[in-house]
Design a protein around this ligand. Structure first.
Ligand code: ADP
Ligand code: MG
Length: 361
């Protein structure tokens, strides 16, 4: 059995990663281990040191609310309650948001899979393939309809348990961005594991460049996107998994089966202003697979995405296409179904209703 976590690589390059530049004198940097991942922060300007220390304190505070392994966190109390729990307004709001996203993604994003993912060993470290009877029994405890939120009271039924692991880092990044802006910071880049949150632009006014790992060779980048003020969040089946009898089992669970998802997407990078939503969608897209993710993106044009498939194609939404660069130049490009010669790149067809572009490598 082999377990691979993002931790070993986190300082080098996360799922989406920072392309680091030299730090000028007015730049502050800090890092911490929180929410089960390494986080690195870089901010510019005179208040940046104080602002980053506030960010660190805030993330540690949020971790105390959301941690699924801490019995005293809001989530820990909900999960041992078998009924109503009085929680902070933030926890209640983030759970309510998760329940909305569950509906929007037709159930793909589901915070109630904790009893199942625990059985597979993803939170305990005792990785193993459970027998189907055990999974079926535990699946009776899952389902977002078993969680209700009314003001600060979260009520669970039928032994349901919540896990905000697929959304908490996106929320934390968004809150961190607000803190930095309140402190007058107009240029910063935060990496919360695979979640990148950009604040403003680089100090020279140009966009931040955020790398997207090549899922098949995670020490390299497949592509990069240029962004200002946005979150860039990657989920990948390669990020955390174990192998048993030659099969890889990843930490994203298919809510329909209770098993690690077998997706035709190796990674999903979601780009937008709402970091909380981007985080949840990056997880949901892996569950939904390429076609359903495309359908979602065609309707929700305020969200951009870069989807890397198991058959070596990269889909890029129209909104980010102009800010997308392919790094691995052996990739060739196929916009829609028309094959273009290797190395050639076509401009996105702004009138085409399918706002997805398709690269092949
Ligand atoms: P990471 O936490 O590695 O950045 P994700 O954002 O994709 O990756 O979140 C994966 C985490 O989300 C899992 O570790 C688990 O806590 C939780 N999770 C697993 N499957 C789902 C799912 N279908 N919907 C919502 N959350 C999930
Ligand atoms: Mg996520």
């Amino acid at each position: 059995m082999m377990m691979k976590t993002k931790h070993a690589l986190a300082f080098l390059c996360a799922g989406a990663c920072l392309i680091m530049s030299a730090c000028t004198p007015e730049c502050s940097e800090s890092s911490l281990f929180a929410m089960d991942t390494y986080m690195t922060f870089k901010a510019y300007g005179e208040n940046s040191t104080e602002a980053l220390s506030q960010v660190t304190a805030e993330i540690q505070r949020l971790e105390k609310l959301f941690s699924v392994t801490d019995p005293n966190s809001d989530i820990g109390r909900i999960n041992s309650s078998l009924g109503p729990s009085d929680v902070s307004s933030e926890t209640a709001a983030l759970i309510a948001r998760s329940l909305e996203i569950n509906k929007e993604t037709n159930g793909a994003f589901d915070i109630t899979l904790y009893p199942v993912s625990k059985e597979w060993g993803f939170t305990t470290g005792s990785y193993h393939v459970p027998d189907s009877e055990t999974i079926n029994e535990l699946m009776k405890q899952t389902g977002s309809d078993k969680v209700t939120v009314s003001e600060n009271i979260v009520t669970v039924s039928d032994g349901a348990q919540a896990d905000l692991g697929g959304i908490a880092k996106g929320y934390a990044g968004q809150i961190a961005a607000e803190i930095l802006k309140e402190n007058g910071v107009t240029s910063a880049l935060l990496s919360l594991g695979g979640n990148i949150q950009a604040i403003g632009s680089k100090p020279d006014g140009t966009a931040w460049s955020v790398g997207i790992k090549d899922p098949e060779n995670t020490s390299q980048l497949a592509a990069a996107v240029s962004v200002c003020d946005k979150a860039v969040v990657t989920s990948g089946t390669y990020e955390r998994f174990f192998e048993e009898n030659g099969t890889a089992y990843c930490h994203i669970i298919d809510p329909k089966t209770g098993c690690p998802v077998q997706s035709d997407l190796l990674s999903a990078t979601v780009i937008g202003y709402d970091g909380t939503l981007c985080d949840a969608l990056s997880t949901a897209f892996i569950v939904m697979g390429q076609q359903k993710a495309e359908e979602y993106l065609n309707i929700h044009t305020d969200i951009d995405a870069v989807l890397i498939t198991t058959d070596h194609r990269i889909f890029v939404t129209n909104g980010i296409f102009g800010d997308f660069s392919l790094i691995e130049n052996s990739y060739s490009i196929i916009p829609h179904s028309t094959l273009i010669k290797k190395g050639e790149r076509s401009e996105p067809d702004r009138n085409f209703p399918f706002s997805i572009f398709n690269f092949q490598f």
